[in-house]
Write a protein that binds this ligand. Structure first.
Ligand code: NAD
Ligand code: MG
Length: 419
């Protein structure tokens, strides 16, 4: 990769480790990185098991380290990299993922593994004091206080790239959380598109297909988060994410439907001011914002043409249509391991729905059953979080009448089957 253009002294490049490289966020992140070889260098790539895609990425970005969760896939990747003459060290298994997340060679870790599986490696990055660009909201939902403690203790920096949280981050003054008056913030307003079923007759929801659920009107995303958008569990998880990221109590977080997905979220101040961040629904914008922060770099995203948009609309969410949103508010109020139980039950139910073994409406039912059957307990360690995760999975499996082996442990499944 070339030095800074113009022949002047090269600025120090940010050295990036990308967890979840083969996914939708991984694609967007590498697209931004490739636009700025003078600013960013890929030092590590990690994924579940997609050898072909990772090998292509390695040939293009030549990272020094690679990690795959799947041991057999890691062996195949070693062969491929030898043939491609890419001298990268190939790590494997959960320990290998945690190792690349804490590499001394990387200063920035982009956490984009989907699901609870992302918690372990992201926690390793926090403990190693990295600058963490967080897409993996589930890590914060499950880890909560423990994860935030690890960020503080490790001296890590957390920059949200979930589009809503990135928008809020951009609308808050720097250092607001260290100010006793919270800089006058009254409410955080998370926008949600309402997904593909916002207007679908309720009676039809039991028979919608996975492809219909994944056909998001505005965003192109991995299959798991697409289903979460259709149930609005995604927004529920984001409420919990916002609570931890911004230290906002439940009462200060509001969800508003905004079908156009142009206003990515808003912050309301005590003087009545409401600040919003707008943009095309393209994850390259929040990724570029966080990668370059506090500077700005081009992200390849077209300019927003307000006149062409003509109208932006807002409405309250229909809690009867989207029971998962209410369940997430309940889990946040219950505290402790309740969000981890909810998240785990949702992962099992979404995986079953995508595999044709559960109906769309079973997702909320399984999540409600898990929250009811498993009592919440305090969580202070990774083991405690994973224990709650396992209990939530087992309860959801029972509710969905799935055989035991259906729900795997947090480190095993790729619920999207993308790899
Ligand atoms: P995706 O399914 O497209 O990609 C998931 C990535 O995680 C893949 O690289 C896969 O190999 C890896 N992975 C899956 N299971 C793993 C495991 N057990 N161990 C190691 N790696 C594993 O998902 P995505 O849409 O890119 O989403 C990634 C994360 O970002 C999710 O937490 C999601 O909620 C969040 N997010 C995504 C978007 C989006 O637009 N896609 C927006 C906001 C937040
Ligand atoms: Mg989001």
């Amino acid at each position: 990769m070339s030095a800074a253009a113009g022949g002047g002294p090269a600025r120090e490049r940010r050295r990036v480790c990308l967890l979840g490289a083969t996914g939708s966020i991984g694609d967007s992140a590498l697209d931004v990185v490739a636009r700025h070889p003078d600013r960013f260098e890929v030092v590590a790539l990690a994924a579940h098991s997609n050898v072909d895609k990772l090998a292509d990425q390695c040939a293009r970005f030549r990272p020094r380290h690679v990690a795959l969760l799947d041991v057999a896939a890691a062996a195949r990747l070693r062969e491929r990299l030898r043939a491609l003459d890419v001298p990268a060290a190939v790590h494997e298994g959960p320990d290998g993922l945690a190792a690349v997340a804490a590499l001394p060679e990387a200063d920035t870790v982009l956490a984009a593994i989907v699901g609870a599986a992302g918690l372990g490696p992201t926690l390793a990055a926090a403990r190693a004091g990295k600058r963490i660009l967080l897409a993996n909201k589930e890590a914060l939902v499950i880890g909560g206080a423990m994860f935030m403690d690890a960020v503080r203790a490790g001296g890590a920096t957390l920059l949200p790239i979930d589009s809503e949280h990135n928008a809020i981050f951009q609308c808050l003054p720097a250092g607001y959380d260290r100010r006793p008056d919270r800089a006058g913030v009254r409410r955080i307003l998370l926008t949600a598109s309402g997904g593909p079923f916002r207007r679908r007759p309720l009676a039809e929801l039991a028979t919608v297909t996975p492809d219909e659920a994944c056909a998001h009107p505005n965003w192109s995303m991995g299959r798991k988060i697409s289903v979460d958008s259709a149930t609005m569990m995604n927004k529920g998880l984001e409420v919990i994410e916002a609570h931890w990221l911004f230290g906002a109590p439940r009462e200060a977080i509001e969800v508003v439907l905004h079908p156009q997905s142009v206003v990515h979220s808003l912050v309301e101040y005590v003087d009545g001011s409401v600040l919003a961040q707008l943009g095309h629904p393209d994850m390259r914008t929040p990724i570029a914002q966080a990668l370059a922060y506090p500077e700005r770099v081009a992200a390849g995203v077209p300019q927003l043409d307000l006149a062409a948009l003509a109208a932006l609309s807002f409405e309250p969410p229909d809690m009867a249509r989207f029971p998962c949103l209410g369940l997430a508010f309940d889990a946040l109020a219950a505290g402790g391991s309740a969000p981890a139980i909810l998240n785990a039950a949702n992962e099992v139910a979404v995986e079953a729905f995508l595999a044709g073994r559960a109906r769309f409406t079973d997702i909320a039912a399984a999540c409600a059953a898990a929250l009811e059957r498993v009592s919440a307990a305090p969580v202070s360690t990774l083991e405690g979080a994973l224990e709650a995760d396992a209990l939530g999975r087992a309860a959801a499996r029972a509710a969905l009448r799935l055989p035991r082996e259906q729900g795997a442990r947090a480190v095993r499944p790729d619920p999207t089957k993308a790899d």
